[in-house]
Design a binder for this molecule. Sequence first.
Ligand code: FEO
Length: 395
Amino acid sequence: MAAIQILPGIYSVGAVDWKIRNFHGHTYTTSRGSSYNSYLIIDEKITLVDAVYGPFAQELIDNIRQIVPLDKIDYIIANHVETDHTGALPILMPLCPKAKIFGTLKCQEGLFRHYYKHWNFQVVKTGDILELGKRTLTFIEAPMIHWPDSMFTYCPQDALLMPNDAFGQHYAANEQFDDQVDAGVLMEEAEKYYANILWPLGGVILKKIQDLQKLNLPLKMIAPSHGIIWRQDPNKIINAYLSWAKGEVKEKVVIVYETMWGATKKMAEKIAEGLSGAGMEVKIYDIGQSDRTEVITQMLTAKGFLFGSSTHDNDMLPNIAAFLEIVKGVRPKGRKIGFFGSYGWAGGAVAEMQETLKDCGAEFMAEAIAFKYLPDESEFMQCLEFGKSFTKFLK
Ligand code: FEO
């Protein structure tokens, strides 16, 4: 991707990663790739906001050189220390001899622990203002959105917010702006990003957005460091974040199961019949064959979850076990959970699933069902009733 002007004197100089399919060490499947956005501001002080992932350093350098020689860069803003936004710095910094880096204290500590370089670094705090010439940049610390060091950078003259990971999406595209891409796909990727990276941090996110709204900052553009820039209606993504952070949900249940010989699968489908008959939207996933990132995304707006497993060695099966570890980390406060399963000579899966999630913050339905081998007709009717009971439990 070449450098592209996004506002007069401000250029997108980052890189599109069309190939990446697993992000964050396989915790996030990026089926549409991603991008590492970096913004170059041409003013009396030439400023780069965020760098890119290390393997894309040359692309960043080439893009900057289309606009200015690297040795003209005065300032580099490091909104976030994570490698996908700073990995290029060890290559970039020797080419920018006068550049000073600005970031939070945690960012300074983190940068050193990542690269062990003594770069010229100035710690900034919320409300600090950096004069660039015609423009200024205001820094807003945003700890735990999503790392302790995270911050946002705001340019009042352009009503431009550069919030790094927040409001981003893993979405590779040649297009830059929300009005140039499919709105449905864009929101799908933004929701996936929130669900899989930010869900446990909803309380912090809600407070930060509400604090920013009180400041009444003019906002014409939100330029995150992954994916597409919001300019058509920046409030669209802010309102979506508010809804997700408040835990607003639909009349929807996500059933996730793993099955050995098909009995648990049949139970899941019969339970789903009970839920659908009671007016619930239902999504069913065999977690042994499903994309975990997609399942977590569907769970974000679901009122309840049902987890099922066959019993093996008195325990749940391994794919559902791994998935429930992710659910535990998401800390789905305010949601309701039920459990079901099948077994041969002895049970154990339901109890193990409950044990894994006991401190996740969700409420369990007291009744769980588990049947020996393949349920008979009367037991399948109990599955149907279980679905109806779970619907009542959600009310
Ligand atoms: Fe995109 Fe937290 O790094």
